[in-house]
Ligand binder design. Sequence first.
Ligand code: F0G
Length: 460
Amino acid sequence: MPERTIIEPFRIKAVEPLRFTTRAEREQALAAAGYNLFALAADDVLIDLLTDSGTGAMSSEQWAAIMRGDESYAGARSFERFESVVRELTGFTHVIPTHQGRAAERILFGELVATGEVVPNNTHFDTTRANVEFQGAEARDLVCTEGRDLQLDAPFKGNLDLEALEATLREAGDQVPLVLVTITNNSGGGQPVSLANLRGVRELCDRYEVPFFLDACRFAENAWFIKEREPGQQDRSPREIAEEVFRLADGCTISLKKDGLANIGGVLALNDPELAARCRDNLILTEGFPTYGGLAGRDLDALAVGLQEVTDPDYLRYRVRTAAYLAEKAWAAGVPTVRPPGGHAVYLDAGALLAHVPAPELPAQALACELYLEGGVRAVEIGTLMFGRPGEPGQPDLTAPHELVRLALPRRSYTQSHVDYVGEVIAAVAARAEQVRGYRIVEQPRWLRHFTARLAPIIG
Ligand code: F0G
């Protein structure tokens, strides 16, 4: 068969018009937003790559399912459908819906994690880390050595370092309430975790008698990478692989705003009946009755369909190819990215592109602002604005280890020509990279400063 273009495996039934702005309008909007892209009105953004979370397009079958939603307070048919789809996919007996991923994290850690304990993970996502630390425990990142080298091309850079995990379990075994693995490893560049690595984690957790949970927001993309990259997996379907992956663990938290293919939702699923009962009690306090957990019946129905559609090989081939295609555009323009490209996003290396802007002057934020000014593309800074903080009095400010800009791809929302356009915007900014100047923070909150800080350009 000749190599043909990998096309979007859908046609479009409903459209949402984009609003075009002029450069002058964008300059004004960005200044009014204090040079913080989170403060922009979405209407002033042309292509929104801020996140792949809750921003995807639902299918016609999902919209049909919305009409089947049963809004009964208790025992709704929608819950039965959702529960049976999650059970089939994951094999877990207890299925607890939540309004999004972080609610599932809060409930699980609230019941399982205590002060002074240690929670290992390949890399904690921000909300996962915050929820572990909120319990007074340490969130310990143990990603493999390859995963720490941005430019290295390796198939499974999301893997957990099994030796480091064993050392943690040996030294702090009774202080480890659970081991987490994030698939794919979002904070590490959307890198996948191999089946072999997950089996290794299972073995260690059995040996040390510690529960093993997945943070499985992007389980379908991870399954596709296993199919493509892991020896012996090529002939299996992504569905079969995903089913095996879930069955290696004792439970999972999932933000269904990603591979649930819906705009809201989350789930906590697990096998331990006693822990599940405690989690349900906790759920009732803040999320809602156990058969809706903060969601409408129609959301549960849309999710039940989304969770079946997401493992379609044609969809996953197109999905993963889109990120690789965008990365190739960046490389052609001379912009380095985290390698290999992840499943849901491309991470531009602003530290390398804007080497003349020192980290305290926020090179990744500067690049994100330029992409917006150049073409109305909104991305997210993952660098010193997000992870740095002011130094102690008399000390310099703390900077992040990497200066990245994440271009996250909403699912089924943009076409290849949108991606071509983003590539052109990246190339235009890269062509005048040496003229890009940094930013300083003029106002910042105490926590999670990237969401609300106000900045000003450094002139001169
Ligand atoms: N875990 C991972 C790996 C995530 O990427 C996210 C969210 C969450 C947990 C929390 O889920 O938002 O439904 O509460 N990631 C989004 C992002 C926000 O942009 O990467 P949530």
